[in-house]
Every structure is written in structure tokens, then in C-alpha cells.
Ligand binder design. Sequence first.
Ligand code: SF4
Length: 459
Amino acid sequence: MNNEVSVSITTGDNPKDAVIKGINNLGGISKFIEKDETVFIKINLTTITGFPSNVNFNTLIEVIKLCKTAGAKKIYIGSFPFENLSIKDVSDELGLKEFIEYYDSELVFLDNSDKIKISKEEKLKLQNDSFKEVEVQDFIIQYPKIILNTDKFICLNQVNVHPLFDIHLSLLNLFSCIPFKFRKIFPKENAVKDNIITDQYKKKLISRILDIYEIKKPNLVINDLFYFMEGAGPFIYKDSKINPIKYIVCGNEAIATDYITLKILGLNPKKNFLMSHWIEKNIGISNLEKINLSGENLEDINLTFKQCKKRIEDIYVQKLNIKKGQICSGCFLQSYYLLNFLKTFMLKDLNYLPQCSYLIGTNPLEPDSPNNIILYGDCAIKTTEKREFRTIEKEGRDIKTLFLKKAIMEKKNKKILEVPGCPPNLQDTLNIFLRYFKKSNLPALNFYMKKLNKTKKNG
Ligand code: SF4
């Protein structure tokens, strides 16, 4: 294969036609897969909901079939899911293992969640056998050996909107080649103000995404936007919509494929955080402009779509009044998922909740009342320690006086819910909500969390 960077934009009546055309435009599947090679197909496998949070199975089937026609010896398929979900959970819920086996391929339980009832020693051995430790900047992460060892690596990425990076690019898909715990970003400790001004969270996140991409670059990248989730995003059914855009973008290089994908969606790659970082750091925009483009004419495509809300205070959730201070991308992103989760899965529960003030960031705005205040994140907790609403005045007996005279006493306000973390994680936050507002008031959340908590140990 020569080093020319090639990308193809295709459309069709269905994803099957579009993906076949796309790969043919790049020279056909045999240009990527040789006889008797092993292949790993990295898909989106995020939650126990189906498509488009996860891969489009129609496209996946076609890619499997193409690999088979090229003579692939073995086809592995996999990804790590969101937060503490295990692959087994997602697979059991969606019947994924059986589905993939039906197409003579193998769903890889990268997290070994299919191995139950094994001893600690066996678990440790399995861990050592399955992962290679890789140093990423000053951080050791575990990368699955099976991805490193397969002959060819395909990234099949379902494109949807994304709250921080505009759309779910293939670089984000490749980021979930590693377990969620290694994708977590912790801004520098004790430097809250600095963290926010310089947005340490976003900087570190982008660096880590690009570092993971460098560990093993895919040979073939397929950005599938035949069906594209616009609006709030794929986990959020309430304010989202599937838009049949009917395009698939394939390429032999992830950055170039993402670059063209942004362009066909009418987005400026230079303004995309991930892409602009890459352009600055590595190759310069001129190289990307030399992409060998085939298929549909980029200039003729004029797509528009509804993006995610970019300001947390613009997300309306019944019973929550958002009082924002200065925030960084960490609290924005986690809060985005939390607020939209509440809107989607707790619609009924919200009726039982009292009106709450949701304070987020450093020096947030004043709460509406001293009752039911949610302090989201370490910044909100720390910078409000001395605020008036932290204490309430109550009539009591003054023990310093001889006859315990009646007096107005200052007491700690107990109607405050602190959600610690920098940023807080979604599952912990939901558990804190359950404890504070009581399970009986949140039946839908209680039901959901029973399922989610069961898998926490596998994260
Ligand atoms: S608590 Fe939130 S806003 Fe503050 S530095 Fe951490 S992630 Fe950023």
C-alpha cells in the first residue's frame, strides 16, 4: 500500500451499498486485508441501549462480509463501554455475542467480564495476559494485546453529535480501545482556579485521545453517518433525532477521514478542538488539503444539523434551577450527561422532587432558597464554604445562659447535597441522588441503578 492519504465519500439507498462503494473507491477490501490475516474491528459499544449509541449493525455485517471475501482468517470485534458497564452486560442485553457469532466472527470481552467465578490469582494472570502496559505521558495505561497483535485494525465509527467535540469522530471511537478508568481525566490538584482558566481537563483529554490513537493506528477507518443522531446526542432520546444523512466516509487514515467528515457536516476542522490540536502539533493544514478524495463531490454537499447545547445553563431540566459560576470542560461534560440523563430516564421521578438549585463551578450564583441545594463538583463545594446559605438560623436554647434562654442559633444547613469530584462521575452522582432524595421518590432511577451498580466492580 502506498502512503497516499485517501478518503472516499459515498452515499446509497442503504448503509450496505454506501460502505461497499466507499471501500471500493479506496481500492477494494483486498488493498487492506490479505488472505489469512487476523482483523480487529473496533466498534462503538457504549451502553445497553442499541443503535445509534452503539454501532449500526447493518454496516458492521457488511464490513465483516467484506473481510471474509478478502480471506480474513479470524475477525474479532470489540470496544470498552461507558463508565462502569461491562461488555458482558451490554452483550447480554443486546444478544451481541450470539449475533456476532452468527456472522462467523468473535465478540472480544476485552474486560474479561465473561470469565466469572475465577480466583484472584487467575484474574491477575488473565489481566497480565490480556493487557500491555503502555506509558502515556506520565501515566501508565493498559492496552489490549489482542488489538496490538491482530494483523489489521479497522475502526468502524458511528458518528453522532458530541457535546465537547461537535461530533463523535473516529479518534473518539479509538479512545475506547482502553478501559474507562484510563480515560478518566483528573485536573491538577489544588489548582482549581488555574484548572478552569487554562481548561486543564480539555487539554489533558485531547492529549490522551491523541496518544491512544498513536499506539495503534487503524488501517481502515469508516465514519458511518448514514443515520446520524443530532440534537442532544445518542444517550438522550428526549431532545434528539435520527437524521438520515445517508453518507459514509471511508479512509486509510483517521485524521484525514475525520477532517473530511467534519467538512461534509459543514463544520470548520480548524475550529474543532481535537482536529485543531492535531493540526498545530503535527502535520499542518496543507497536508490535509492534499487528501486524495473520491466519491461524492465535497463541494456539492450542503448538510446542516442540530448541535448539542454548548452551555450548561441552556439545558432545561424540570425542578432544577442552574446557578453557574466559572466551569471547565470536565464539569461541563459530566453535567451535560447528568442533566440529559435526568431528562431522559427520570421524567416521572422529577415530578416527585422538590424545586432545587443546582450550583456548579467556582463562585456560582446564589441559590433561590436555602432548601435543596445541589453543589455539583469540587469547585462549587470549595468556593461556597463561607457563603450565607451554608448555615441557617434556628430558634434554640442558649446553653451559655443560666436558664437556657431562648436564642437564635446558627446551624449547618443540612438541605445541601454535595456531589464531590473534579469532575464528579455520572454513576456516583446518581447514587448520591438516590441516597439524598430517597429511593421511594425516585422509582425509575432506582430501577436503572440496580442494573448499573451490579456491574460497578467490573469497571
Ligand atoms: S471541579 Fe469541575 S469545574 Fe472545577 S476544576 Fe474540576 S472539573 Fe473543572
